[in-house]
Unconditional design. Structure first.
Length: 365
């Protein structure tokens, strides 16, 4: 099969690689129908995640069709359409029993494109299939559910819930990229009083307004802290959400949060940030970090199925799966292309795909 392979910082290519095979009874093989690219993929390509060694297939978000299951899989079967989550769960370790699946000690957690081959490929092996994929409700398209693989549960869990957003709160979101916009979208589920989006790019601030931000601040030309203080009567934001992953935006969040407020760091940081405890300790500020656990995925899936949540506006660009390298160029140049999320679409599953599925299963039998 073909897949997008990481060859070290700054190096990637669309290569021929071995077909995935069932390795353990709890595995499933999934034909990838739609995938996408995450900001974390860009961090990896920059070398910001050194534990990712050259060699693995990239990607950790996909919708696909099950073509084979191991003998220990009981909840999905060949032919099922599934959302493949960025997080896998053994379901048995201490952390999985606490719903902290991102910290799984039994071989799960964030492993796709990190510790094992990922999902920007024609096929993928999915460990712990019973507890790591979600059946797609009848009638929903790939794009309606694709962004539940990562950015929506990430924003709601690491941003909104860790930040303890309450009805009536002022929520300041620093960064209006895909994660920041997802935080705007999911914050509205908790009825904050005001959502403030902060970003230096006017195109992204316009997207923030479209996604539901009440106020926008261009921190390339305006003093964001002064603006937030003006909007809040001098108090500061109840919750400040960092959605970029650089030290300047983290430190900005710490400056604009009110005494007793919460800073929820969602961005992936590749370099240190200064923690000004000499100013923060006396203000009773709570700072949280975290990797998504995806425990909210079933709830978000239900909201989408019932028409209460629409994630399709994230899809701004579409590419055939075999043009994944071009899709990376577009996604990485978002300042010029205004890309939010690119959708990598496999060819429709016609007779050729069915014959390939059968050959794949037959080869492993």
């Amino acid at each position: 099969m073909r897949a997008l392979v990481y060859h070290g910082p700054g190096q990637r290519s669309w290569d021929v690689v071995p077909d995935p095979a069932i390795d353990r009874p709890t595995d499933a093989i999934v034909r990838i129908d739609s995938s996408t690219i995450c900001g974390t993929d860009l961090h990896i390509l920059k070398g910001d995640v050194p534990e990712v060694r050259p060699g693995p297939v990239r990607g950790h978000e996909a919708v696909g069709t099950v073509v084979e299951v191991g003998s220990g899989v009981g909840t999905v079967k060949p032919g099922d359409r599934v959302l493949v989550s960025c997080i896998t769960s053994c379901g048995r370790c201490r952390f999985c029993k606490e719903r902290r699946y991102g910290l799984c000690m039994g071989g799960g957690g964030w492993i796709f494109g990190h510790l094992i081959d990922g999902l920007q490929a024609e096929y993928a092996r999915v460990p712990f299939a019973d507890t790591s994929v979600y059946k797609v409700p009848e009638g929903l398209s790939d794009e309606q559910v694709l962004f539940l693989a990562d950015i929506l549960p990430t924003s709601v869990e690491v941003g909104i819930l860790n930040g303890r957003v309450q009805p009536g709160d002022t929520v300041a979101i620093v960064g209006a990229g895909p994660i920041g916009l997802a935080a705007i979208l999911t914050a509205k589920l908790y009825t904050p009083g005001r959502i403030v989006a902060i970003d230096p790019a006017e195109a992204r601030l316009e997207k923030a307004r479209q996604f539901g931000a009440d106020d926008t601040i261009d921190n390339g030309s305006d003093d964001a802290v002064a603006k937030v203080m003006e909007l809040t009567g001098g108090l500061g934001a109840d919750v400040a959400i960092e959605a970029v992953g650089i030290h300047e935006t983290f430190e900005l969040c710490a400056d604009l949060v009110r005494p007793g407020g919460h800073v929820a760091n969602v961005g992936v940081h590749g370099h240190p940030a200064t923690l000004h405890l000499e100013r923060l300790w006396i203000r009773d500020v709570t700072i949280t970090t975290g990797l998504v656990d995806t425990y909210t995925t079933p709830r978000l899936l239900k909201l989408i199925a019932e028409g209460r949540l629409d994630a399709t506006p994230f899809a701004t660009h579409r590419f055939p799966l075999e043009e994944t390298t071009a899709a990376y160029d577009t996604f990485a140049d978002a300042a010029r292309t205004n890309a939010l999320k690119v959708v990598l679409e496999a060819a429709p599953a016609g007779q050729d795909a069915l014959e390939r599925d059968e050959a794949l299963v037959g080869h492993h039998a």
